[in-house]
Design a protein around this ligand. Structure first.
Ligand code: SDX
Length: 428
């Protein structure tokens, strides 16, 4: 492998170093491109061919369907670890010892109360407000109640801010759900595990003793692990870009929540169920929707299908598909939408249009079926994705800030009007 790349512009050749990553990924380092060429840039809408940073957190190989957090395969982590361990792994780089995990959990719990005045902000939202809009607003509002967490100048400041958001965000997610359901807001129980406490905060009723369902706990813990990080996806890149201006962690996470909300990104898990419900209401004729997805004149896309990076199967989708079947069996639920999902996937995967474009089910295709079986309403699906992705956003923000990376400021190619004189109103 040559360690230089040669670029010829206007008959002049320029050399740029070639970087090879830990998994033999190759990238051309063009940090000096504009200065050595007198202003030449590269154009790459959507950054499909651009590495924005060097990162040691998550590796994924779209061709081979590989996903690893800090070197551990997603399959092993989903099978043998738990979400709190994975949070620690992503943020600090190693699986925690029993003592490290216990201290981390206690530090998170010690910062998990949310200022009662935040409820006044929540009160201002209509019950019909989308949870992602509520969460983005309340997460940004946390800055006002935790001013010291804005500009983290030391490792300790960073650690405190991380424990605060890990403690408070599950509360905000549960509150967003309970606001929508008209239920009193709860704080759960610090004698419980991290995910257990979240489930209790979500589902406990004031007039009943709460009983934890182990099937729900196991399924949700696995889903959260599978959503925890995914290298430089749209929302994570947003968190890094906002954080690069030295905006605080809470404000950066709030921006990431807004980016995740989009139906082409995390909002797809809600769009998938809505699409499957439409197909069910339309008599289950998924071939009709396959044809709509293939029709260039029809804006309809098969939600939950395709991926910017995975041009083979999404390993998370494979795990979630099996988990969905297990959860429905364990809970004794017969959800016809799962049958439609299976049939839709089967037909799409054998259709030339999808095969030739390497379009496979992604993480969002089956996850909604589990969320629904767990009693989570559709508008909360993307909020659950955000809860899962929180540790990844934190880990990537911490890595960017710890490396003191420059503020993100891309260039552009201007294609507008060239210089022209002002036109008086009477002459327009
Ligand atoms: C997530 O990046 C991440 O890591 C994201 C994520 C994470 O963990 O953070 O994995 C989570 O966001 C998963 C993706 C969820 N989104 C959806 O399920 C929405 C439906 N899928 C798409 O809209 C699309 O596949 C994207 C946005 C996911 C990827 O789009 P790309 O990479 O920009 O691909 P493209 O739009 O250029 O499509 C290439 C071709 C086009 O056809 P041609 O112009 O070549 O003829 O494939 C077609 C597209 O029209 N195509 C689809 C399709 N997805 C792509 N056609 C029909 N249905 C689809 N879903």
């Amino acid at each position: 492998m040559s360690d230089i790349a040669i670029l010829e512009v206007n008959g002049i050749k320029y050399e740029f170093p070639v970087i090879v990553g830990a998994e033999n990924e190759v990238s051309i380092d063009i940090k000096t491109l504009r200065s050595v060429t007198g202003g030449v840039t590269t154009l790459d809408p959507g950054f499909k061919n651009t590495s924005s940073c060097e990162s040691a957190i998550t590796f994924l190989d779209g061709e081979k369907g590989i996903l690893r957090y800090r070197g551990y395969s997603i399959e092993e982590l989903a099978d043998k670890s738990d979400f709190l361990e994975v949070i620690y792994l992503l943020i600090f780089g190693e699986l925690p010892t029993k003592e490290e995990k216990s201290k981390f959990h206690k530090d998170i719990q010690s910062k998990s109360l949310v200022d009662e005045d935040v409820k006044k902000i929540l009160d201002g939202f209509p019950k019909t407000a989308h949870p992602m809009g509520v969460l983005s607003a309340l997460t940004s509002a946390l800055t006002a109640f935790n001013p010291k967490s804005v500009d983290v100048k030391s490792e300790q400041d960073m650690y405190n801010a991380i424990c605060k958001i890990l403690g408070k965000f599950p509360v905000l997610v549960a509150w967003a759900y309970r606001k929508e359901e008209g239920l009193p807001l709860a704080y759960g129980d610090n004698s419980l595990g991290y995910v257990e406490n979240f489930i209790k905060m979500m589902f406990e009723l004031p007039n009943e003793k709460f009983v934890m369902n182990p099937v729900v706990l196991d399924a949700l813990d696995k889903l959260l692990i599978l959503h925890a990080d995914h290298e430089q996806n749209c929302s994570t890149s947003t968190v890094r870009v906002v954080g690069s201006s030295h905006a605080g962690l809470f404000a950066s996470i709030s921006a990431g929540i807004s980016a995740l909300w989009g139906p082409l990104h995390g909002g797809a898990n809600q769009a998938v169920i809505e699409m499957l419900e439409d197909i069910k209401a339309d008599g289950g004729d998924y071939q009709k929707y396959i044809e709509k997805a293939k029709d260039k004149n029809d804006p309809f896309r098969l939600m939950g299908f395709g991926h910017r990076v995975y041009k083979n199967f999404d390993p998370r989708a494979n795990i979630i598909k099996v988990a969905a079947e297990e959860v429905l069996n364990d809970l004794g639920i017969d959800d016809p939408v799962l049958d439609i999902a299976r049939g839709l996937a089967q037909v799409a995967l054998s259709d030339e249009y999808f095969k030739s474009r390497n379009l496979y089910p992604n993480v969002d295709f089956y996850s909604g079926i589990i969320y629904r079986a767990l009693g989570i309403p559709v508008p909360m699906f993307t909020a659950m994705f955000a809860l899962g992705r929180l540790p990844g956003w934190i880990a990537q923000w911490k890595e960017m800030r710890s490396r003191n990376e420059p503020i993100s400021r891309p260039r552009q190619i201007y294609i507008g009007e060239t210089l022209r004189p002002f036109v008086e109103e009477s002459k327009r």
